[in-house]
Design a protein around this ligand. Sequence first.
Ligand code: KG4
Ligand code: ZN
Length: 350
Amino acid sequence: MSVILAVESSCDETSVSIVKNRNILSNVIASQIKLHEQYGGVVPELASRQHLEMVNPCIDKALEDSGLSWNQIDAIAATVTPGLVGSLIVGVTAAKTLAMVHNKPFLGVHHLEGHIYASYLNDPDLEPPFLCLLVSGGHTSLIHVKDSGIYKNIGSTRDDAVGEAFDKVARLLNLPYPGGPVIDKLAKEGNPEAFKLPEGRVSLPNNQGFHPYDSSFSGLKTAMLRLITKLKEEEGDNLPIADLCASFQFTIAKALTKRTIRACLDLNLRKIAVGGGVAANSGLRQHLQQEANKYNLQVFFPPLTLCTDNAAMIACAACDHFNHGFRSSLSLGVASRMNIEEAKKMYYSS
Ligand code: KG4
Ligand code: ZN
């Protein structure tokens, strides 16, 4: 049993958590949503300044909540990629400093690995191989988790990430940021079949049909814009908001579910873990579960608080790597982008 303290600061949440294998001992999350709301999206410079403000109080609170002392912590981890560079630097510098001061090993974690491990925190029995549907504000990927730390990216979005599509469509509807939770709430009152919208299939070259696992959400966003403009012309500002939200959400749920089930069956896998902020979406959860049941596939959804960014998932990933004897160098730098298949490069065997 190893105990890891991790710092997550890749976007607009400063979070520090202490995890013992798959048990959360503390998970402090300082959200910056209020700060960025007025701009309709994350402002990178404001984000890094706010991380700087919050990182030390979050570390203190996480340690206090866990009831542990520094000598009971085995290693310190931080998200090093992908994310906003200025924001990542704050969390990584804090974590490396703690590692040096307390003489502990340091582990750098890939943020998307964290989203995959969020499902481990909820289920002590989840082990690879499985398929992960990773849906967040920055990513939409289908990842074949072959073994601990061994990933194959088999499908991505060609344009907007799915969370980004939720946020942009919310803006078209004059709804607040972040759009996902608001659309999810309004969709509950609406008819998901009210409007027919495109599921964003990606064509293969030379008329060879459609890519089975890749997705595209810009066409759906444009269709929503056209539909909203047309409805406004016909009926004024009194838009059928709930029906629009329900139809948009259902289209996304169908598009993601179709690709996920197909990939799972093609790869002969039986388990699907869903991660990222959009994994909180009730329409997606319901539709994916219902379709998976038809094929006897098991679906793992993290609890809602672990779907969006948090340090517990980062600590859980680091813990698994630590238990497998991996460590990172203190000279490991941050990176705004890195393919998850490269994540292993951040470690050496101790
Ligand atoms: O994983 P996350 O916290 O940050 C990234 O790594 O991107 O995901 C944030 C995204 C936002 O786009 C937000 O609108 C979306 O997740 N989101 C949702 C829901 N809750 C958060 N989207 C749809 N339904 C939700 N319930
Ligand atoms: Zn994330």
